[in-house]
Design a protein around this ligand. Structure first.
Ligand SMILES: [Zn+2]
Ligand SMILES: [Zn+2]
Length: 367
């Protein structure tokens, strides 16, 4: 079928809305009419920095309505509202253990540009495009997902806000709730107050952290952090963040999260935790990046854990976040600004400038 997609023609080039061809669905696949897709840092990292040899269709925070399902699909049916998340194989050791976020085939299924069997479902004039990004390539008005990465969502919440739950919001919130398993009454320092960091702040409030410190260099983000649950903020352009965290907590935070992936900030996130504190790293960095820490201080029970996708099983965690949103406890829609599909390059620009925390691109079926 013919679809409209935001095509990235070559590394570093702006998106172009183009008509492309989408293959028929396979037995395990789900065709979704996309309503809104969030732009995530990983889309922009691939678009700007990864030398993909073919034009590409990215997008991995899609939300829409199921149009058609393959004959083996049982999880959803046509007409269901769904959010799309990361893909996993379902048969490797970690998938079988209930940890699809550490799927042994994660890279191939999410970044490989093709289906697991190597076929490429998006073509233009007979030439295949890099697609199946996170099993969805949802910066388009239709997306071919798989049963493994669609999540049925309730119909009494606005569908166009739900896409970001599939990656960025789930990553920040899941790191606090699933990976760190923070305790009520504890203290947490969140480094970087972008959409992922602010999702961590909201989750820390939900989980009952008594002291929630947000650290960033942008005053507008720190203001929003306070609105979303931060009890303290530190502008690290004006003040040393580690001194700031120790000043507030006395001896360091019980937990910290780095959402930046910048080695100097990672070091601060480690140095800012108390004895026996836990630090989670979730920011992606250029390939080959290394960070360091002080060996002797680390011996005092401190631990650092790397986290992907908030250690969340999307089909379980996303509905939980939606319930919290409906109860007014997780107002993630405050991060979102909508853009029409034709304005996608403006959305990229606003995101890169930090003006917009979480752009969501709206697809209306016509474009
Ligand atoms: Zn797997
Ligand atoms: Zn993402």
């Amino acid at each position: 079928m013919k679809i409209k997609a935001a095509v990235s023609p070559a590394t570093g080039q702006p998106f172009q809305m183009e008509e492309v061809e989408l293959d028929d669905l396979r037995s395990n696949e789900v065709l979704v009419r996309i309503v809104g897709t969030g732009l995530c840092h990983t889309d922009l990292f691939f678009k700007n920095d990864v030398p993909i040899p073919l034009p590409a269709v990215y997008g991995h925070e899609g939300a829409g309505i199921v149009e058609k399902v393959g004959e083996k699909v049982a999880a959803v049916k046509p007409g269901d509202h769904v959010a799309l998340s990361y893909n996993s194989c379902g048969v490797c050791k970690n998938c079988l253990k209930g940890m699809p976020f550490y799927c042994a085939n994660f890279n191939g299924l999410n970044y490989g540009g093709a289906r697991g069997d190597g076929t490429m479902p998006i073509t233009k004039d007979g030439i295949p495009l890099y697609g199946c990004f996170f099993g969805q390539s949802s910066l388009a008005n239709f997306s071919l997902a798989t049963e493994r990465n669609v999540v049925k969502v309730p119909e009494d919440v606005p569908l166009e806000i739900l896409g970001p739950l599939g990656c960025g919001v789930m990553t920040g919130a899941g790191t606090v709730i699933n990976a760190l398993k923070v305790r009520a009454g504890s203290s947490i320092a969140v480094f970087g107050a972008g959409s992922v960091g602010l999702s961590a702040v909201m989750a820390a409030k939900v989980a009952g952290c008594a002291c929630i410190i947000a650290i960033d260099v942008k005053p507008n983000r720190l203001e929003l952090a306070k609105e979303l649950g931060a009890t303290h903020v530190i502008n690290s352009a004006e003040k040393n963040a580690v001194d700031g965290v120790k000043g507030i907590t006395g001896s360091g935070a019980d937990y910290s999260v780095d959402s930046t992936g910048v080695p100097a900030v990672v070091r601060q996130a480690i140095d800012g935790i108390d004895l026996a504190g836990r630090c989670a790293l979730l920011g992606s960095s250029p390939i080959g990046t290394e960070a360091s820490f002080n060996m002797n201080e680390f011996l005092t029970g401190r631990s650092v854990v790397g986290v992907i996708e908030g250690e969340a099983v999307p089909q379980i965690f996303i509905p939980q976040l939606i319930d919290l949103y409906k109860q007014g406890k997780f107002p993630f829609d405050k991060l979102i600004k909508f853009y029409d599909a034709k304005d996608i390059n403006k959305a990229v620009e606003d995101s890169e400038k930090g003006v917009t925390l979480k752009p969501v691109i709206r697809f209306d079926g016509k474009i």
